[in-house]
Design a protein around this ligand. Structure first.
Ligand code: ATP
Length: 506
């Protein structure tokens, strides 16, 4: 695995996985562009998630809802009132920080002093942050007294009182911008699922229990985007809302925890690198009955959230439904006089309308990609003493499945044969096959090790019966296959190549 974020950032830029957004104009903080290899890896991760969670189950449907949503959706979901992070300004240089990040990044003695001044145990960091939020005047004084430094200037800051900063991006809709004509870019894909609950039920005749899966972009105006693609302002999520009968929710919660851990393992993230955080009651979001955060051990950052799996009770459908008072909701919801739909489904036993409970496994695509890259990243010393970097990606995730390499670029017979082999392999539908005719076989191998190509197929002079030392005709119409991980080379007949590759990459 990678030992630092830096070596991943450098590989990603060098080989074309990820670039800074709007780079030629100086870059835009919190936005990244996925390059030729990044887009393949990302698509492969999403396809693997979709396969496991939609195709291989019988209780799931898919959805692709719009990114810009009616403001009422994000009002009744609770995001307008509560989707905010605590923000604090340094009056000395007008820099702005997310309060918990600012405090977390201080030296241990400073953090301890802040905790003491605000009257909380330093071991319970979320409680310290909560207290700072609840008592803004004391918080400002505590940060000054404890000597909290500005990460940018390095000097002790003159701190304002913290205040909540709503992270939703707002945009105007239509040609006339007035008070009413705005919507939000969704801060999570989940709300698109809840507002389509009735559409999906009516059009598929689903009964409980069943789920809806969605992959798509979400937008959060993070106060301090950082750590490469770990915390960005435009992110992608893979979310499931699984609807079940109240009372069965705890079993389903456990089911999804197990299922999701198995999926991560199949993507090359060993179970030992994920910590399950059973979020303490006092730190739970207001809608949550219980939440497991899966924490992956990222290089440089340490254990940070890669996926949240929440039992959201009947909060979401209960918030978006009309006729709330008739429905015996268990969650505390805000009154809704705007919705025109009753979001119920027949109870599987009594047939009486019921608002289902929801289990939500919510994973970030960008954080998944970072973890997958980090686990696959390997530095090896070869027998000859040379060092090589190799990405030991699971074959189904590899951006390039096979590189077909003509040994000499200026020999048209070799190049044409390689091109036709590439074209045949492409037809297998395994993903991208690359014709690698840069002409330098050593460089080509090094590049394909670094980008995780499982197999390199080389077309050489023996293949066309023209080896320099007098051709060994038994090698005619054969090619070599080089294995990325073992470096073993095997000669195989061209006529058997497609079958071999299909068998090894399935
Ligand atoms: P954090 O506490 O790290 O800000 P969160 O608890 O706000 O994350 P959720 O709202 O639970 O995150 O979102 C679900 C998933 O979406 C996260 O587990 C993460 O993988 C991903 N995610 C959330 N915010 C970001 C972001 N700013 N950049 C990249 N991925 C994100």
């Amino acid at each position: 695995p990678a030992t630092s974020m830096e070596e991943l950032v450098s590989l990603c830029k060098r080989r074309g996985f990820i670039f800074q957004g709007s780079e030629i104009y100086g870059g835009l903080q919190g936005f990244y562009d996925y390059g030729p290899l990044g887009v393949e890896l990302k698509n492969n991760i999403k396809a693997a998630w979709w396969r496991t969670n939609v195709y291989e189950r019988d209780d799931m449907e898919g959805l692709d809802s719009s990114i810009i949503m009616h403001r009422q959706v994000l009002r009744h979901s609770g995001h307008e009132a509560t989707f905010s992070d605590p923000m604090i300004d340094n009056k000395k240089n007008n820099k702005r920080y997310r309060l918990d990040h600012l405090v977390k990044d201080q030296k241990a003695d400073v953090i301890a002093k802040v905790a003491e001044l605000i009257g909380e145990d330093v071991a319970n960091f979320p409680a310290v942050v909560a207290a700072l939020n609840k008592k803004p005047a004391e918080a400002s004084a505590a940060l000054k007294t404890a000597g909290v430094r500005d990460p940018f200037s390095g000097e002790v800051g003159d701190w304002t009182e913290p205040k909540p900063f709503n992270m939703m991006f707002k945009t105007t809709i239509g040609p006339v911008a007035d008070e009413e004509s705005y919507g939000y870019l969704r801060p999570e894909t989940a709300q698109g699922i809840f507002v389509n609950f009735k559409n999906v039920v009516d059009s598929t005749s689903r009964r409980l229990p069943f789920g809806i899966a969605q992959i798509g972009k979400a937008f959060r105006n993070e106060i301090t985007p950082r750590n490469f693609i770990f915390r960005v302002r435009e992110l992608e999520q893979m979310e499931i809302e699984f609807f079940c009968t109240p009372g069965t929710d705890e079993d389903w919660h456990q089911h999804w925890l197990d299922a999701r851990l198995a999926w991560w393992e199949a993507q090359g993230i060993p179970r030992s690198k994920i910590d399950i955080l059973d979020v303490p009651k006092e730190d739970l979001a207001h809608y949550s009955k219980r939440t497991y955060d899966l924490m992956y051990d990222y290089p440089t950052l340490g254990y940070e959230e890669i996926e949240g799996i929440a039992n959201r009770s009947d909060y979401d459908l209960g918030s978006h439904t009309k006729a709330q008072n008739e429905l015996n909701l268990t969650a505390r919801v805000e009154e809704n006089n705007d919705s025109i739909a009753k979001l119920t489904i027949p109870h599987p036993e009594t047939n009486k309308p019921v608002v289902p409970f929801v289990i939500e496994p919510s994973a970030g695509v960008d954080r998944a990609l970072l973890a997958v890259l980090s686990e696959a990243f390997t530095k090896e010393t070869l027998e000859n003493g040379n060092e090589r970097i190799v990405l030991k990606l699971k074959p189904h995730l590899a951006p390039i499945k096979v590189a077909v390499i003509p040994l000499a670029r200026n020999k048209s017979e070799l190049v044409e044969l390689a091109r036709s082999i590439k074209s045949d392999l492409q037809k297998l539908g395994l993903g991208r096959i690359l014709l690698e005719d840069s002409g330098n076989i050593g460089k080509a191998y090094r590049r394909h090790d670094e980008i995780g190509t499982p197999y390199c197929v080389t077309v050489d002079f023996d293949t066309i019966g023209q080896s320099a030392e007098g051709a060994d005709q038994s090698l005619r119409d054969t090619v070599t296959i080089r294995d990325r991980d073992t470096l073993a080379q095997e000669r195989i007949k061209i006529s058997e190549l497609s079958g071999w590759i299909a068998a090894h990459l399935k």
